[in-house]
Design a binder for this molecule. Structure first.
Ligand code: NI
Length: 474
């Protein structure tokens, strides 16, 4: 009897303790939820990319002191996502730590900007290179923060290490150095900026496992940080080496897997060839794809805008489309990072004056100032001068034209996006008026234009148009 009672008491005690633990955990959970709600609303969406098995997560937030836009891929398998997410959270946290070091009042007038984006390079079926680009701007100081490369194999749901693909021996390091050295020297863009000693040191370091290397479907690409092996003016060089040049530095397994041609017995001659063979910048080979067929120039005025221009850039990327952005100097000054992104993604930079005044009402001196200040700030922020100008309202005359030192570009299709704010109406304007060589006018400051751009890009693609820059058309 006594034992049964004792057992009962023990059971009840265990029950009570269990309940207490459960209640504690429950309230902890509630508490966590509450504190999570303290975080300001963020905009987040998931979209399918054009690559099977890869979705794109976009997270943006606009606060008084900063604008943030983060893009990263999502796969079906959780372990892959965890590793990517860890990286994203880490760099995001670094940004917020950096932000905390800056004066909040100053930031309210000059919001910090942060963006993390990535490119997907399909290598072969279910094998992708994911290349992250991180950029931050803190009131005056513009810094590219880091690079990160992931090689993802969706067949085995694993990341592939660069050291599996490359041979990492002393001899192969010498070969890698030679290949990179030659490629740098042949590159118009980078040759003047290479520091050979830095490159040699970098390649020879034993702990260098070439984690900056990624694959495309035809080449091996080495992506360098700013100042890593070049002067700062070179930015972050990407050196592309076609597969047939790199057979010697690949592991046997990957020579096979990538189906790299070239016979071992030809090695000597192919190595000798490396010294003279041309390394094509990647943009050129991309351009060649779009050489024929109907072309249109999408043009965007009055930006950049922290949210909408970013979204339009994402869409242009998704459709492999190029456009021309006629930007206001005053807004480039305010959103330099977005202007920089426009330039970096290969779109044409246009001058739309500083303050959007009707130039026909101004003195020559004032016109000059409106135009030159804008070109100046665009150059400062992007490293490139604008190549075309569009006078606000399309208002121009002989006096204005005499002052403008850039080709003055109007348009042939006015979508009236600023007036209708109706994506469907914008699409109809395009559909009714577009032809080979059209210059289409839109405004990247309106949210409705973002939706319109998606419809228009889809329509143009389906109807055999390639979107190019204004200068490509002229
Ligand atoms: Ni305008």
């Amino acid at each position: 009897m006594v034992t049964t009672r004792l057992i009962k008491i023990i059971l009840i005690t265990i029950g009570v303790i269990g309940l207490a633990i459960f209640a504690y955990m429950y309230f902890q959970g509630e508490h966590k939820k509450e504190s999570r709600n303290d975080i300001k609303e963020e905009y987040e969406k998931i979209e399918q990319s054009k690559y099977p098995g890869v979705d794109i997560i976009t997270k943006t937030s606009d606060e008084k002191t900063y604008h943030k836009a983060i893009h990263y891929p999502k796969f079906k398998e959780q372990p892959l996502n965890d590793e990517i997410k860890n990286y994203v959270l880490k760099v995001e946290q670094n940004f917020h730590e950096e932000l905390d070091k800056h004066d909040a009042v100053y930031l309210q007038e000059h919001p910090a900007q942060y963006y993390l984006t990535f490119k997907i390079y399909p290598v072969m079926d279910e094998l992708y290179s994911i290349v992250f680009y991180e950029d931050g701007y803190f009131g005056g100081a513009n810094s590219r923060l880091s690079n990160k490369v992931f090689l993802v194999d969706l067949n085995s749901n694993q990341f592939i290490k660069q050291s599996e693909i490359l041979q990492v021996t002393k001899e192969s390091r010498e070969k890698i150095y030679k290949l990179l050295y030659n490629a740098f020297k042949q590159s118009e863009q980078y040759s003047a900026f290479l520091n050979e000693d830095y490159l040699k040191e970098w390649v020879e370091q034993e702990n260098n496992k070439f984690s900056n290397m990624f694959l495309t479907n035809q080449s091996v690409v080495f992506k360098f940080d700013k100042y890593e092996v070049t002067a700062g003016a070179a930015g972050m060089p990407e050196i592309e080496l076609p597969f047939d040049q790199v057979r010697d530095i690949l592991s046997e397994k990957w020579v096979e897997r990538l189906n790299v041609k070239g016979d071992m017995s030809n090695d000597e001659s192919s190595e000798a060839n490396n010294d003279v063979s041309e390394v094509k910048p990647r943009e050129e080979s991309e351009k060649n794809l779009a050489a024929n067929g109907k072309r249109v120039a999408l043009t965007f005025d009055d930006g950049p805008h922290p949210k909408n221009t970013m979204k339009i850039l994402d869409l242009l990327k998704k459709y492999d489309a190029k456009a021309t952005f006629f930007m206001l100097g005053s807004r480039v000054d305010f959103y330099p990072l977005i202007a920089k992104r426009v330039a970096e993604e290969g779109h044409e930079l246009g001058n739309h004056t500083w303050n959007h005044k009707d130039l026909t009402t101004l003195s020559s001196e004032s016109i000059e100032q409106e135009v030159n200040d804008t070109s100046e700030v665009i150059l400062q922020v992007t490293g490139q001068k604008p190549t075309v100008i569009r006078p606000p309202y399309g208002a121009t005359n002989k006096q204005v034209e005499a002052v403008l030192n850039l080709p003055s570009i109007l348009w042939t299709v006015d979508t009236m996006d600023w007036k209708t704010h109706n994506p469907q109406a914008v699409l109809e304007e395009v559909r009714d008026n577009v032809q080979d060589g059209s210059i289409i006018l839109m405004h990247d400051i309106h949210e409705s234009t973002v939706a319109a751009v998606e419809l228009v890009l889809k329509y143009l693609e389906e109807n055999g148009y390639t979107c190019v820059t204004v200068s490509d058309i002229l």
